[in-house]
Each structure stands twice: as C-alpha cells, then as structure tokens.
Design a binder for this molecule. Structure first.
Ligand SMILES: NC(=O)c1ccc[n+]([C@@H]2O[C@H](COP(=O)([O-])OP(=O)(O)OC[C@H]3O[C@@H](n4cnc5c(N)ncnc54)[C@H](OP(=O)(O)O)[C@@H]3O)[C@@H](O)[C@H]2O)c1
Length: 332
C-alpha cells in the first residue's frame, strides 16, 4: 500500500480509502467484517463513513439512521487507533427542523452521536457532507474549530463543495484563525468529470487533500450493466437491482456507449474495466486517495492490484479520448 499526506496536514492516509456506504445498506455485518478485514490486510488504513449511511438512506426511516457507523464501531473494536477514520455530517438524522444541516446545534449533536455509534473518543477527519445554504459558513467553521479544540476531531474536511464555496470557507478560516479544511471529497470518475474544471485546479493550487468518491461510477464502470438496464432490468446482486437511485440516474444510453468504448482500451492495457477506471483517477497527481466501495470482500483484491500497475500517460490519453468523444451527457 502507498500512503500520502492528506493535503498540507501531517496525517498519512492510504491511497485507497475504504468507503462504508454499503454497510447495513446492501451488506450485513458479517460481509462488512470480511470487507473491512480484507481492506486492513491489504494495508488500507483510511476508512470513510457518514452519520446517515445505512438502510435509512433508501427507506427514509430515521430509526435506521447510523447503521454503517454502528457496524463499523463494533468491527473496529480493539483496532480503532490503527485507522484514520472519517465521518460526515449534514443530512437529516431525524424529522425535526434542527436534525440536519450545519448549524452549531446540529453539528455538535451529530458529532456526539457519531462518536457514540463509532465507539470512539475522536474522529480523525470530520467532513461536512454538503454546503448548507441556510447556515452561515462562519457558524459551521467556529463549531468545527471547537470540536478540534475539545479533542473530539483531529482534522476537518468538506465534501461536494463548489470551488467558490471552498475558497470562501478557506478565506474565512484564515481570517478568523480557525482550523481550515485539509481535504475535499468530490465525486470523480471517467463518467463524472465535473470536478476537473474548477475544484481540482483550486485544490492543487492550495495544497488541499483530494479524496475522490465513486471512482467506478457506483459499479457502472465495471462493465456489468448492458442495454437491458434501459428497460429497467438489472443483473442480480448489484446495487442497481437493490434500487440505488443515484446509480439508476447514471444508467443512460450515453454512459453505456462510453463503457462499451472503454472495453477495448481496458483489454489492450491488460486490465479489467474496473482497474482501468480506478487507475484513471489515481493517475491524477492532485488525487490523494480514491474512496472505493465493495459489496463483497472479493471485489477488493483486483482494485488493490491497481496501485502496483499505474496507468501510462498514453493509456490516460486513450481513456480521455473516449470521453471527449461523448456528448458529455454522461457527466450530468
Ligand atoms: N461524499 C459523498 O457524497 C459520497 C457519495 C457517494 C459515495 N461516497 C463514499 O465513497 C465510497 C465509495 O462509493 P461507491 O461505493 O459509489 O464507489 P465505487 O467504487 O464507484 O462503486 C463500488 C461498487 O462497484 C461494484 N464493484 C466494486 N468493485 C468491483 C469489482 N472488482 N467487480 C465488480 N464490481 C465491483 C460494487 O457494486 P455491486 O457489486 O453492487 O455492483 C461496489 O459496491 C462510499 O462507500 C462512501 O464512503 C461519498
């Protein structure tokens, strides 16, 4: 495994980060244990979760909120200090008007609830999951700063921010002497390249850590989906079959066309399509870590192999030629 500093911080993170959005949502605790053990055995020490990951994401049932953190807390017992644990706050964890967002009240409550579920006294990286247009960012930054001062959080980060939002937040942190965001977590894959236009150049210029999510476009860039998906028929035991709405939105004629065009590129480079897709995000110098998901422990092995076989500049060029040939619809 390779490790890199997270942005300008001294914190070292593995280049592959294990995402746990599947825990309690598509996989139960036993499979989650196998996934986590396989990741740790491969040297993955960076683990990403969020307070609202779990079945509740699909059902909207707040009693099921926090399942991923609860499972992770149990599975990490006795080895918590060996990992860099990231969790997030923003999405509603209850029906009340103050049970979501980035107000001081909610962030403090959510942080305590995450620590309880994760059975830990501190989170290594506490991330705002989205921008909250209804809360002044100063209020959120002051609260995150307090959490760091209280020893409950080591570093703070952000996810799904536009470059201007990140720029505003960093400027305020500097002016007010508060803990700055050390990293951002945008979506990035061959099919979802929006972050490349403004956000990634900004991160490069400011030395921010970049941990990208869904590098396989939620499984679409493994090549497992064919034209039958356009009629609403999905291969068994996939997230599409489980009804993941954000994946369904990616399953378009145009995405399938890009996937088909990438298959010979993968074959020529002696890699699976999944390996090609993961290799593409890791080839970007600005990317610190790629956050991968797994619905089965066996899926991790081929992904870990990618680190030993980086893509050449020529392979990256061939991939980007395929994307440039698309209408761009796959990116929306
Ligand atoms: N900040 C945010 O807003 C945000 C949003 C989304 C995700 N995330 C984070 O990023 C993590 C990763 O996201 P993701 O799960 O969407 O990432 P992904 O790596 O793009 O997709 C993972 C999925 O691809 C399929 N897969 C993976 N390896 C495979 C292999 N070798 N062969 C065949 N299929 C394979 C599996 O789905 P199937 O087997 O079911 O097809 C697996 O669940 C999440 O767990 C979460 O921590 C953050």
């Amino acid at each position: 495994m390779e490790y890199r500093n997270l942005g300008r911080s001294g914190l070292k993170v593995s280049r592959l980060c294990l995402g746990t959005m599947s825990f309690g949502r598509w996989i139960g605790e036993e499979e989650a244990r196998r996934v986590l053990d396989t990741a740790l055995d491969a040297g993955i020490t960076f683990i990403d979760t969020a307070d609202f990951y779990g079945r509740g994401q699909d059902t909207g049932d707040f009693s099921q909120i926090g399942e991923a953190e609860t499972i992770l807390g149990r599975l990490l017992k006795g080895r918590r200090d060996d990992v860099v644990l990231a969790t997030k706050v923003y999405f509603p964890t209850g029906p009340g008007p103050n049970e979501g967002g980035l107000s001081r009240k909610h962030v403090l409550q959510a942080a305590e609830a995450s620590l309880r579920r994760l059975q830990t006294e501190y989170v290594d990286l506490y991330i705002i999951h989205r921008w909250d247009a209804e809360t002044p960012i100063e209020e959120t930054l002051l609260t995150l700063n307090d959490l760091v001062r209280a020893g409950k959080v080591r570093y703070v980060g952000a996810s799904n921010l536009a470059a201007w939002q990140l720029c505003k937040a960093l400027g305020l942190s500097e002016r007010l002497g508060l803990e700055p965001f050390v990293s951002v977590q945008p979506e990035l894959s061959i099919l979802r390249r929006a972050a490349e236009s403004e956000l990634l150049p900004f991160c490069e210029s400011e030395g921010l850590g970049v941990t990208v999510y869904s590098p396989l476009a939620r499984g679409l860039l493994t090549g497992k989906y064919g034209p039958e998906i356009l009629e609403g028929r999905y291969p068994a035991a996939t997230r599409a079959a489980a009804g993941e709405e954000r994946l369904h939105r990616l399953l378009t004629r145009e995405s399938l066309r890009v996937v088909e065009a990438l298959k010979p590129v993968a074959e020529a480079s002696g890699r699976s399509l999944a390996q090609l897709a993961l290799g593409w995000v890791l080839a970007k110098p600005v990317v610190t870590s790629a956050i991968i998901g797994a619905s089965r422990a066996e899926q991790l092995g081929p992904l870990v192999e990618v680190l030993g076989h980086p893509l050449s500049a020529e392979e990256v060029r061939k991939i980007e030629e395929v994307y440039a040939g698309s209408t761009g619809q796959a990116d929306r």
